[in-house]
Write a protein that binds this ligand. Sequence first.
Ligand code: PFF
Length: 449
Amino acid sequence: MTHHHHRVTLGGKLSAVLVAAGSSVGLGNIWRFPYVAGENGGGAFLLIYIGCVLLLGLPIMVAEFAVGRSTRRNAVGAYHALDRRWSFIGYNSVLAAFLILGFYFVVSGWTVEYTVHSLTGELARHTTAEEYASLFERFITNPWRPLLYTLLFILATHAVIALGVQKGIERSAKVLMPLLFVILIALSIHALLMPGAGEGLRFLFYPDFSKVTASTLLTALGQAFFSLSVGIGTMVTYASYFKPDTNLRHTALNVSLLDTLVAVLAGVIIFPAVFTAGIAPTSGPSLVFITLPGIFNGMPLSMVWSTVFFLLLVVAAITSTISLHEVITAYLHEEWHLSRRAAAWLTTGATALLATLASLSLGVLGGWRIFGLTLFDALDFATANILLPLGSLFTCLFVGWKLDPARLHDEVTNGGELRFRIYGLFIFLLRWVCPIILLLVFLDNLGLY
Ligand code: PFF
């Protein structure tokens, strides 16, 4: 059965960029990037990261766009339609989307809770770093409070998906993405006026290569793929709703630039504050939940700034959870022939269950370990370091070597209408550079040489 003819497309001209950027820009940029950069040498990491985005992320995003738009199917259906032996890339995508949502919804829930606590003034009631640490600890290990916020967030995501592609996904992106940029700019200006701004910017931009180790490349690569949302079929799914005249290369370039810009701005917002407060920038995942609230507290209008900051996280997170949810919903709808409504509810139910377990794994279920990791950490590790790079590797191999070259060229040039001057470079990156780097990084990670 094909859904080719009655498939919806996005309306406006900017919509392709906005929905795809909505997926890319998320907690990965604002929560994950600063602490990963902080642990890996700041400016040096940023350089390696940008290299990964341009040389690997960007071509793969174009490749995924081409797969999605040329088939107009969900991730599994798309690969199946092109060559059924490669359908496993689609299944890898659906699985990865499910596992990511398992921990991503949990962190999203925390951002809602922190927004509420900022608004009520609860966050401002504490003073010392220890108090903030124990507040966060108590909060994430509490059996039911984080669950409540997580479920709220899941239902909000569900509501957008239930409204459909145009009225839900497209419309929400058109409101939320501009809002996100307004908040980012306001917070950046505020950060640049802090006494620690110079030191913070120096840390973010000055490359300290002594912190770079073999695993830094894997970390940068995993972060780039996670942040751009590539290698996981989100871009395949979204591109299946693009219009025939959407310029795939420009869309991918704009999305990659916006995504990198947001990550850098998140660093610009966070590091000056961290250095102003005299705290080491290497505090890990808790950087924005423990370090920042304490810092905000010392400032005039602290309630306003911390509310706005956590609202930024909520906005960034929901446009990403929407895209992950859509990967699974579109798959269930088209491949299992469920109604879109039933598909959306099934996705919501299953991810709610996984997110509940992941949330509890930080508290009452903490004794339950997978390779020594809590379920929450295992989901993060397995997706960013294994499933996403693997999905990317096979996407390059498939699109670079297997896909009919005429079809690929036709798709990325809109039937020959657009000129693609560096097409040769694009193919070269896809065929050789991406797979070889991805393989080397894997072997290195497994300690095989
Ligand atoms: N790119 C999102 C972020 O940076 O937070 C996370 C994400 C969304 C990853 C969608 C993968 C994905 F398919």
